[in-house]
Design a protein around this ligand. Structure first.
Ligand code: GDP
Ligand code: ZN
Length: 296
């Protein structure tokens, strides 16, 4: 018996598959994996006991950067949101909602304004560039932005999200043609329409790093806004940061209060109106949720 460290890259039918220096180790997901009430998730870095027959058993979950419920995955470094200014047009509110959620989970964010061969997406691009949010113009058609994207994803664990039809599959295909093949095989072996099973997998990227995905389903589920409290939202808009603590009232919600530094920045043209509007909309939504209704 020896103790080694590794990372859970797949959970399927009662087994965890852990990538270690010794190769891929299979661990049975038994009750005793529930250490201090926490179950190991795909993406977890773990310490495991390796037995002579090269199977393992998870002994310890190393500290997580973050974790998500649907899909159940831990340690996502970057959320990549794909948007488009044409066919379909992405609503900036959706982008702001996902980027706020990423910030809440201490996850880096990247916006890809895709289909630039059809529409350069200037308006979207400018809103996010001016807000200090990483944004890239991409085209799965011409390959624009693919080198930068590879550079940003290299060595990280990322998750892709965005409306259906914006080009997630096409971008991933362009980044790594074997990726779709691999995810396709998995969804085939699981059978169609069974993506609701708890299957999550980290797929290795050829340039280093992983992409987390639920096979056959191209988008990371980000319907988890209910966990953010109204007062936490202001910290999920990075461009608000230099203004926080400068409002007249310490508990300013930055909506209608006099002497609000965030509104001041908005009026001075230093905060994008659509970003501010999204903040107010998300604040009002969050404010309607009672604490006992929150998921975390
Ligand atoms: P997904 O639902 O987000 O995975 O989107 P897909 O990758 O399936 O793409 C939807 C459609 O948009 C397909 O017909 C693609 O060929 C097309 N598409 C994707 N990216 C681009 C792009 O950058 N430029 C153009 N012109 N079409 C694209
Ligand atoms: Zn304020």
């Amino acid at each position: 018996m020896s103790m080694i460290e590794g990372r859970i890259v797949k959970a399927l039918s009662g087994y965890y598959y852990v990538q270690t220096e010794e190769g891929l180790v299979t661990c049975r997901a038994r009750g005793k994996f529930r250490l201090d009430g926490t179950s190991p998730l795909v993406g977890d870095r773990v310490r495991l006991e390796l037995s002579r027959d090269k199977t393992g058993s998870v002994r310890e979950i190393l500290p997580r950067r973050n974790w998500f419920i649907r899909p159940a995955v831990a340690n996502i470094d970057r959320m990549v949101m794909v948007a488009a200014a044409v066919n379909p047009i992405t609503d900036p509110f959706l982008i702001d909602r996902v980027s706020a959620l990423a910030a809440f989970h201490d996850c880096d964010f990247l916006l890809c304004v895709n289909k630039t061969d059809m529409d350069p997406g200037d308006r979207l691009f400018e809103i996010y560039r001016a807000s200090g949010i990483p944004v890239l113009r991409t085209s799965a058609e011409t390959g624009e932005g693919m080198e930068e994207l590879r550079g940003l994803l290299s060595g990280q664990t990322c998750a892709f999200t965005g409306n259906s039809g914006v080009g997630k599959t096409s971008i991933l295909n362009r980044l790594d043609p074997t990726l779709m093949l691999r995810t396709g095989e998995v969804s085939e072996s699981l059978g169609r329409g069974r993506h609701t099973t708890r299957h999550v997998e980290l797929f290795a990227l050829p340039f280093g790093g992983y992409i987390a995905d639920t096979p056959g389903f191209g988008s990371f589920d980000v319907e988890q806004m209910e966990s953010i409290r109204p007062a936490q939202l202001q910290h999920c808009f990075p461009e608000f940061a230099p203004r926080l603590g400068r409002c007249r009232f310490a508990d300013c919600t930055h909506r209608k209060e006099p002497g609000c530094a965030v509104r001041g920045a908005l009026e001075a043209g230093e905060i994008q109106p659509s970003r501010y509007d999204s903040y107010v909309r998300l604040w009002e939504q969050a404010n309607r949720i009672k604490d006992w209704e929150r998921k975390e």
